[in-house]
Design a protein around this ligand. Structure first.
Ligand code: DP6
Length: 339
């Protein structure tokens, strides 16, 4: 007997950064975050429960993955199963594809755990419908796989709260703007070469929280960042939103840089990217820096300036190419088929 479903989820980039947890077990963020879901950068995942499979398997872009990443997927399938009140499951074949190059270091646990959550629910529950209530529930589950994944359940601009330690369903994601509400928004990614493997975000944020004297001030500043970002989003004020986004990203990296030993994601291309964006601003082009747990400089801008911003980032030594992304949709079920 086979039960399978396919889901897609787009990645998202935080404009107010999630960095640090207030509950490791339930994966509750220490700070609220605000993100933009991106069109065109998506993970498509098929979950197929197969009675004749001895154990779970994970194929990522057709390559067999084992070890801890597979174990994380298995735990997540169990988590979705328990939440749906399903008593048992067959072993699963999970096939996941990113339509953006994994080698470029843009591989995103956000789109991965969002798509996995939806596909698992679709496969476990015949006739599963991704309505508002199901989406809310799956966002809580996806967050336990990876905090940022909760935000990819929704399109457009999304907020993720901090929650209450010890309460698994407390940190909720919700949509602030639909992807069609501010269609001129663009996120430009400068894909930078990576000469060394980065510290993953989970390890990087835990180490920052444990050792950085700047972590507590970062956490203390976050609620004001979120408030200002929400006001800017409501009034479609790119300047104000960009200002907060740049500040939040730099404060996140400042806290990581002050860890002991330092967590350093910034490379030459990242810093030169930041300067290139500030130079554009002096010429009257609204372009604001952000950066995650990797070297790629990213810019928040307006559609009419996106090509100029991409050209400026492309001219930065170490930037290999650029991607321009508009606001994108939330996670969705593509098909499901029962036994
Ligand atoms: C820098 O969601 O990858 O991208 O919950 O441990 O899986 P885990 O962390 P993850 O962290 C994302 C960190 C970030 C900022 C952000 O997306 O808010």
């Amino acid at each position: 007997m086979t039960a399978k479903a396919v889901a897609e989820a787009n990645t998202n980039i935080a404009l107010v950064k999630y960095w640090g947890k207030n509950d490791d077990h339930f994966n509750l963020p220490a700070v609220p975050s605000l993100s933009l879901t991106l069109a065109g950068l998506r993970t498509r995942t098929e979950v197929s429960f197969e009675a004749d499979l001895a154990s779970d398997r994970l194929l990522l872009n057709e390559h067999e993955v084992t070890g801890e990443p597979l174990a994380k997927v298995s735990r997540h399938l169990d988590r979705v199963m328990r939440d749906l009140g399903v008593a048992a499951r067959a072993s699963a074949l999970v096939r996941s594809h990113n339509n953006f190059p994994t080698a470029a270091g843009l591989a995103s646990s956000a789109s991965a755990f969002a798509a996995l959550s939806v596909a698992a629910a679709g496969a476990l529950r015949p006739g599963f419908v991704l309505d508002d209530a199901a989406r809310r529930r799956l966002a809580v589950l996806a967050r336990q796989g990876s905090g940022s994944a909760a935000r990819s359940l929704y399109g457009g601009v999304v907020v993720l709260g901090t929650g209450t330690p010890g309460q698994v369903d407390s940190a909720r994601a919700s949509q602030v703007l639909r992807e069609t509400d501010w269609p001129e928004l663009r996120l430009v990614i400068g894909v930078a070469s990576e000469s060394a493997k980065d510290t993953g975000s989970t390890d990087g944020m835990k180490h920052t929280a444990a050792t950085s004297p700047y972590f507590a001030p970062f956490v203390a500043a976050a609620p004001a960042d979120l408030r200002q970002a929400m006001t800017a989003v409501q009034s479609r004020d790119l300047e104000a939103l960009g200002h907060v986004a740049e500040r939040s990203a730099l404060r996140m990296h400042a806290s990581a840089l002050a860890a002991d030993p330092a967590v350093v994601y910034l490379r030459g291309a990242t810093i030169e990217g930041l300067h290139a964006l500030r130079a554009l601003r002096r010429r009257g082009i609204a372009a604001f820096f952000t950066c995650d747990a990797g070297p790629h400089p990213k810019a928040l801008t307006h559609a009419r300036d996106a090509d100029a911003v991409a050209a400026a980032l492309a001219a930065v030594p170490g930037v290999l190419r650029t991607i321009i992304a508009a606001p994108g949709p939330g996670a969705r079920l593509i098909e499901d088929s029962g036994p």
